[in-house]
Design a protein around this ligand. Structure first.
Ligand SMILES: *Cc1c(COP(=O)(O)O)cnc(C)c1O
Length: 494
């Protein structure tokens, strides 16, 4: 802006309502409508296709003149909240999506109400986040010197974990001078079932997609440790520089859990950073029944997990724990005059989240996690996780008992894949029929599984991180898949 440009405010006014009483009424109405939605959700279709009028409305231009809060709230209900993907519904089991809770919603609303940016200020929100990180540190038996940060999800948690691992293994020279400072291309290892966010982390960290070596899995979809050890040895001989292994605590396709204690041991012997992607499974450590399956989590150098998946917290909230808190801060600290932390006052924040991750300004996601854990307690949350695993075992039995359905791959945790077996075993036709079944299930609003490929076959995939599901919901799924399958076959034959 040119100094000579005159800027004259005619009258001063901000963005607050002129009539607070009216705003209050509108806010209460909005809250009631959203609670109505949650309370009555089981009676609604899981998902509805977006009508054209909504599509058109949502392509309009930004208004120059304001429309007022009443109209905007009405628009949100009519055009937006009426057509969600359906994550909160008891028969939503697609991808790995959480369900959300009323307390989580309230916490998010309150956090927005005071417009808190957590982690960089001397305030209670920053302390809440530290408390959640300490709770997680204790849950997973990490040492007191461990560090962590709440993230948008496990994608960013994986990125941070591998960034710290990269710097811890390759040293300050890489942090300062870049990757070309090292002799021997750095390599990272994971099973062939590893999540795509790890591929993305490799790209973003400059390590390169091709240097994520994907190791074959056994019948249980767990990384083959003998093959991993052989790959590391082979790479060393060829002049590569192995730096890290990513273990899975719940693969995205099947919920398979790698042999974490033996991976930890191998990393220790080989001097490698041991990162665990626990986006799906780690938080089921709260379940007494599931915990034994997750042994070895405590030994990770960095552990990524998601509150918005199997802790049912509303989007979005994930976390990374780093065993070596100093290495964590070293990887993200930069000096900036405008961010100096004075000994007292609002800026007195010696352990700023700015030094523990890529973000500076951050929302107060910690509050909904904190509130959820305090409302229910870890035992109750663990009990619902146990219930989810039991429901998947029940669904496996129902699939087994249905002659036209077949389970595909293992289901050790809360995820199961299966397909409808048409009369004709022709694979392309079979895939086509199963894809059609999936789309009709969703379009008819019956249930939302997603899909994946197992042994090359298109399969329906049910990931159960849903505290609202009951056995009857899985009965309804089995009945619908069988019935729609027959219908699709008839339609295809005609
Ligand atoms: C969902 C998922 C991720 C990514 O987590 P976001 O929270 O979606 O960013 C990573 N790994 C696995 C195994 C996942 O299921």
């Amino acid at each position: 802006m040119n100094r000579s440009t005159p800027i004259i405010a005619q009258t001063e006014s901000g963005l607050d309502p002129k009539d607070w009483a009216q705003t209050r009424e509108l806010a209460h109405l909005a809250l009631d409508r959203v609670l109505d939605y949650q309370e009555g959700i089981a009676q609604k279709p899981v998902w509805r296709p977006i009508p054209e009028r909504v599509d058109t409305f949502l392509q309009g231009e930004a208004p120059l003149q304001g429309l007022g809060s009443e109209q905007v709230v009405a628009e949100i209900f009519e055009h937006v909240l009426a057509y969600p993907a359906g994550h909160a519904h008891p028969r939503f089991w697609g991808w790995v999506c959480g369900t959300g809770t009323p307390i989580g919603m309230m916490a998010d609303m309150m956090a927005a109400g005071v417009n808190a940016s957590a982690g960089t200020f001397n305030d209670a929100p920053s302390r809440v986040e530290f408390q959640v990180i300490r709770w997680m540190r204790d849950l997973f038996h990490f040492p007191e010197t461990a560090s962590g940060i709440i993230t948008s999800g496990a994608s960013v948690a994986n990125l941070i974990g591998l960034a710290v691992g990269r710097d811890a293994k390759l040293g300050e020279k890489v942090r300062r001078g870049g990757l070309h400072q090292v002799s021997g291309t750095p390599r990272v290892y994971a099973s062939a079932q590893v999540h795509g966010s790890v591929d993305k982390a490799m790209m973003m960290l400059g390590l390169g997609l091709e240097n994520l070596r994907k190791i074959e899995v056994d019948d249980a979809m767990r990384i083959r440790i003998d093959a991993l050890a052989a790959a590391i040895e082979e790479d060393r001989k060829a002049g590569y520089s192995p730096i890290a292994v990513v273990g899975n605590a719940g693969t995205v396709n099947h919920g398979a859990i790698d042999d974490l204690p033996n991976l930890a041991q191998l990393c220790k012997e080989q001097g490698l950073w041991f990162h665990i992607d626990g986006a799906v499974g780690a938080l089921a450590y709260m379940s007494e029944e599931v915990r034994p399956l997750l042994q070895g989590l405590e030994r990770a150098d960095s552990l990524a997990f998601d509150f918005h998946k199997w802790l049912y917290v509303p989007y979005e909230a994930g976390c990374i724990l780093i065993r070596d808190g100093k290495a964590h801060r070293r990887a993200f600290s930069v000096a900036a005059g405008y961010l100096e932390s004075p000994p007292r006052g609002v800026g007195a924040m010696p352990d700023s989240s700015n030094n523990r991750g890529p973000q500076l300004s951050r929302g107060f996601k910690a509050l909904k996690v904190w509130a959820q854990i305090r409302e229910y307690g870890m035992e109750t949350l663990g009990r619902v996780q146990t219930q989810n695993v039991a429901q998947i075992r029940y669904l496996a039995e129902r699939i087994e008992a249905e002659p036209r359905l077949r389970q595909m791959g293992p289901s050790p945790l809360n995820i199961i894949c299966f397909r409808y077996l048409p009369e004709s075993p022709e694979p392309t036709l079979s895939d086509q029929i199963n894809r059609e079944i999936l789309m009709r299930l969703q379009e008819q609003g019956i249930a939302v599984p997603s899909s994946t490929r197992v042994d090359g076959y298109f399969c329906l995939r049910v990931a159960n991180t849903n505290h609202r599901s009951r056995r009857g919901d899985f009965d309804a799924l089995v009945t619908a898949v069988a019935a729609i399958g027959e219908q699709v076959e008839r339609d295809t034959a005609n």
